[in-house]
Write a protein that binds this ligand. Structure first.
Ligand code: AMP
Ligand code: MG
Length: 435
């Protein structure tokens, strides 16, 4: 993790900072980012959305006892007759939470409810509905209704005591909270929440509440970035809009690096950009300026922004990772999902799985140039036959934030792909669950 940027680049096949394939950029970033070291113990509910710092070892067998999977009768499977009904005398009942305590002699059965402990010596449960009425206190089981071991759950069959129930790196979801509680575990050790500082750069930007002067635009990136960070569950630190002045930019980068594990900026990284953002980034850190083979979102800065040696916190924490995103509002979101999201998950200690893509037929021809990955905004819908279709939101300019808002997914056209004909299948990254 302490490799220099040049060392990381040297290990990657076909690394060309002026025409960098998306996959190479992703591999570079995965090699660059460190994982937060600190962990804390939290009550189960507070751990939702957090990343487990160590394997969670089950302190008990699950289920804890041999028990019934159905309502019915517990019996010895060896006593079932193969070619005629089996008749057994019922000597009592076992309820969930109330065991049948006596020994069960041969030829006897016990009425049992789902989840109740199966008495010692019995190993099979016949569901109530498979039995036929018999004399009072007896049960009759037709031949072949059950086999030995049916509807009987062995202690520890879901999870043995001492086995890992959840692995380190698990991003905890609602089912995991239930699983942890089912083990009787009241608190878990998770990694510290990642701190991510962000700001927008550009003299033309105005914040909400300010008048919109001639030639200016309202800063929207701090709102999309904030929203995307919230969805990821990281701690988002908003440092506002920073003017295009070297001293103000330097102060902002220093404050961000001191406060956070990662710093996200937007604007000022285009090739030929006249402003000071790139110079200040390069002066304060070890930073590369990439042109990525993608659309939208070509320019991007990546690297480390250091805490000055000896600064408070500099010994416990590696330098902050800088993601210098392009300024265009759509490009910010696309580069966030293409690069930043997985990187922040990795830094949080999680192992990001590839996002599921939907295959859909394109309603219309799409223009696409081979040699770059394109992320076109689309609307996916299912027709009456259950087939998925996608249509473009129209204007794909990287400043058209409305296209992102109207879309419910991104059509991901891979690097080598050329034009798409109407009816061709394409891959779509659905926003549902992501955005
Ligand atoms: P840049 O990458 O700085 O050249 O910016 C590209 C375009 O995105 C310009 O038209 C900017 O005005 C616009 N832009 C940059 N930052 C923002 C922002 N925070 N909110 C809205 N538009 C922005
Ligand atoms: Mg600019």
């Amino acid at each position: 993790m302490n490799d220099s940027l040049a060392q990381i680049a040297a290990r990657l096949q076909g690394y060309d900072p002026r025409a960098l394939p998306v996959a190479t950029a992703q591999a570079f970033i995965a090699a660059l980012v460190p994982v937060v070291a600190q962990a804390e113990a939290l009550p189960v509910r507070d751990a939702l959305g957090r990343v487990l710092a160590a394997d969670l070892i089950s302190p008990i067998d699950v289920p804890a006892h041999h028990n019934a999977a159905m309502d019915g009768y517990a019996l010895r499977g060896s006593e079932l007759l193969a070619d005629q009904p089996t008749r057994l005398q019922v000597i009592g009942g076992a309820l969930a939470g109330r065991a049948f305590d006596a020994a069960v002699p041969p030829g006897r059965a016990v009425r049992i409810t789902t989840g109740a402990v199966v008495p010692e010596g019995l190993d099979t449960v016949v569901p109530q509905e498979f039995t036929v009425p018999d004399a009072d206190g007896w049960v009759q089981i037709p031949a072949g209704a059950v086999r030995r071991g049916d509807h009987y759950r062995r202690a520890g069959e879901d999870l043995a005591r001492g086995a890992p129930a959840l692995r380190a790196g698990r991003l905890l979801r609602p089912a995991d909270l239930g699983l942890i509680a089912s083990l009787g575990v009241p608190a878990v050790t998770v990694r510290r929440r990642l701190r991510v500082a962000f700001f927008s750069t550009g003299d033309e930007l105005r914040s909400l509440g300010e008048p919109l002067d001639a030639g200016c635009v309202y800063d929207s990136n701090r709102y999309t970035v904030w929203g995307m960070l919230q969805r990821l569950g990281v701690e988002a630190i908003d440092l506002g809009v920073v003017r295009d002045r070297p001293d103000e930019l330097a102060a902002a980068f220093r404050a961000a690096a001191a406060a956070a594990d990662a710093v996200i900026t937007s604007g000022g990284v285009s090739v030929g950009e006249a402003d000071h953002t790139k110079q200040v980034m390069a002066a304060l850190g070890d930073v590369l300026f990439w042109t990525i083979a993608m659309r939208p979102g070509r320019p991007m800065a990546i690297g480390r922004i250091g805490l000055p040696a000896g600064a408070a916190g500099s010994s416990e924490r590696p330098p902050a990772i800088l993601f210098g995103l392009p300024g265009n509002p759509v490009a910010v979101m696309v580069t966030f999902y293409a690069f930043v999201r997985d990187a922040l998950l990795r830094m949080s200690g999680a192992t990001p799985a590839p996002l599921p893509l939907l295959r859909a037929a394109s309603r219309e021809p799409l223009r696409k140039r081979p040699g770059r990955t394109e992320y076109q905004r689309g609307i996916v819908e299912r027709d009456g036959e259950g087939r998925w279709w996608v249509r473009s939101t129209g204007a794909q300019g990287s400043g058209v934030l409305r296209s992102m808002s109207e879309a419910n997914g991104m059509i991901v056209l891979p690097h080598a792909q050329g034009d798409v004909a109407a009816g061709d299948e394409v891959e779509v990254l659905p926003f549902e669950g992501l955005i």
